[in-house]
Design a protein around this ligand. Structure first.
Ligand code: FES
Length: 165
């Protein structure tokens, strides 16, 4: 069977290979046992797993690229597609849904001119819906990166978006 060698688009900017070496070797000892943690760090840096970083990593820790793609596709926390600088997660779980989460999502889609799961052309925002963010009493809830915005209405989304650039 032919080995999968390409599954993720190139990063539009420059890959910092010195930084990548620091992550792989200094932080994680170049140890293939630490593959998931290394991938988490790469994703934290680029917001997804760019093809070039995975190819480099495969050679560096001597692991088949197909294994790396396998891990990247198995865990839903990893993305092989480019994502925006800020990740907006709109909760559509029951508690948020009954308090108007769908209207909030619709307004965000209109304002950003993207659909659920897409990224704005300027790569600033990715919009995703999720099932529960674990703070149901604050519903409707929207999380932007690590910030939780609770009890929001569709009219509040503009102000929230403006605070991220
Ligand atoms: S249902 Fe929205 S935070 Fe739980």
């Amino acid at each position: 069977m032919e080995e999968q060698t390409s599954a993720s688009p190139d990063y539009p900017g420059e890959i910092d290979y010195l930084e990548l070496d620091t992550i792989i070797e200094e932080q994680f000892g170049g140890d293939k046992e630490n593959l998931i943690m290394i991938l988490q760090e790469i994703q934290k840096r680029y917001n997804y797993l760019p093809q070039a970083t995975l190819t480099y990593l495969a050679a560096k820790i001597d692991i088949p690229i197909s294994t790396i793609f396998g891990v990247g596709t198995f865990y839903s926390t990893f993305s092989l597609e480019p994502r925006g600088k800020h990740i907006i997660s709109v909760c559509l779980g029951t508690a948020c849904h009954v308090r108007g989460a769908e209207k909030v999502r619709e307004r965000l889609q209109e304002s950003l001119n993207i659909k659920d799961g897409q990224t704005t052309e300027d790569m600033l925002f990715t919009l995703e819906s999720v099932r529960c963010l674990g703070c149901c009493s604050l519903g409707p809830v929207v999380r932007v990166d690590d910030d939780i915005h609770g009890r929001i209405t569709s009219d509040m989304t503009g102000t929230i978006l403006k605070s991220y650039n």
